[in-house]
Structures are given as C-alpha cells and as structure tokens.
Design a protein around this ligand. Sequence first.
Ligand code: ATP
Length: 220
Amino acid sequence: MEKEFVVIGLGRFGGSIVRELNALDMDVMAIDTSEARVNEYADIATHAVIADTTDETVLKSLGIRNFDHVIVAIGENIQASILTTLILKDLGVKKVTAKAQNDYHAKVLSKIGADIVVHPERDMGRRIAHNVASASVLDYLELSDEHSIVEIQAGAQLRNNTILELDIRANYGLNIIAIKRGKEITVSPDPNEMILDGDILIMIGHDKDINRFEKKIVNE
Ligand code: ATP
C-alpha cells in the first residue's frame, strides 16, 4: 500500500517536503494555521487543510492516526511544535519526525517521543563548514552526535598507495566503506586496492578522528 504522509507547518522546510513528496507521487496532507500558506499548497498536496494542530480534537477529526508518518515542520513557535508532537504521540501516531530550532528543543522533542528529530540549519551549517574548511572534503553526513560519513578527494599523499599501505584504520580509526572512481563505486574495497588520481574515498568514523584526518590532508 502507498504510504501516506502529513506535513504540519508550511514554511520553507515543510513546504519543500510537500513539494518533493508530491514529485515522488506520494499522498501528502499539508496543514497550516495560515490560510495563505494552505492556499499556496492547495494544488500541490493531496489535501491542504487550515488547522491549529495544538488542538487535539482537530487532529482527531482529521483522522491523524491513520497516517503512516507525520512531519512536524513548525520551527519558530517552539511551544506549538512541542505540543503538536506530544499530542501526535499521545494519539498513537506511529512515526513522527520533528524539526528542532535549537539543541534544547531537539532534546525535548526526543524526550516526548518524536521518532526522528532533525535540525536542518545546524546540520547544513556543519556540512558546509567541513566543505569550506578543506577543499578535499566533498560531503559530510552526520550519523550521530559523534560519528559521521565523509567524502574525501584522495590527495597526492594518498594516491598510488594501497588501502593496506595507508592503514587508515590503524592510524586514524577510520574505515573506507567505498571508493568512487568516475561513475563506478566499489563498496567495501579490497585492502590491496590502489588509490588512484581522482578517486573519492567514502569514510566512516568518529568525528575527532575525521577531524584529525582532515587536518592532515589540508596541511600536506
Ligand atoms: P522555515 O524555516 O521552514 O521557513 P518559517 O520560519 O517560515 O519556517 P515557522 O515559524 O518555522 O515558519 O513555521 C512554519 C509554519 O508553521 C508557518 O507557516 C506557521 O503558520 C505554521 N504553524 C505554526 N504554528 C502552527 C500550529 N499550531 N498549527 C499548524 N501550523 C502552525
């Protein structure tokens, strides 16, 4: 069966989720207290509803429990975001993703049962910082507070060595999970694989080890 989504809060973040789900041919109900915002999404969402989601009876009357996944994209009004998330979990919605405005907001959302907490501004900021700090870091994906995946352009000091010779696991505690070479991707590369000019290494590890490795390749 097709998955059904609800997006609450049609700012830039919530709005872009609605647009993307629509482009993926998914059913999505869009909710906002603002009539103007709801009108903007009337032709994009499957249903667009003007409603205040801090009112439990409103959520019940929309049959919110029957949806697979509800995304709370209310940002600035932290109280409304927390109350909405609490009611959704109280009503038994299985999966709730909520957007956090700051670290305390994120903690509260996790404590009251949000299944996924996203912090888009902070995460994108971190990603860009890593990207601009080193020309070799092409992408950066946070897995938890301490672990990430990075995409690193193999610099001169890495090229023409095998993975075994570089021994990045012993020296930095990082694992190379894949090598991108042109359009080809080798997942779990053999330790005897030679790193070549233009290779992109996809590595996983602890942030402090990644930072140490990034510093080394920037300084050399
Ligand atoms: P973004 O950073 O995504 O652009 P924004 O700053 O434009 O967000 P926010 O304050 O984060 O706006 O809120 C997003 C939307 O959530 C707004 O359109 C607002 O009307 C809506 N909203 C706020 N409170 C509620 C509520 N209680 N019920 C439903 N929608 C709400």
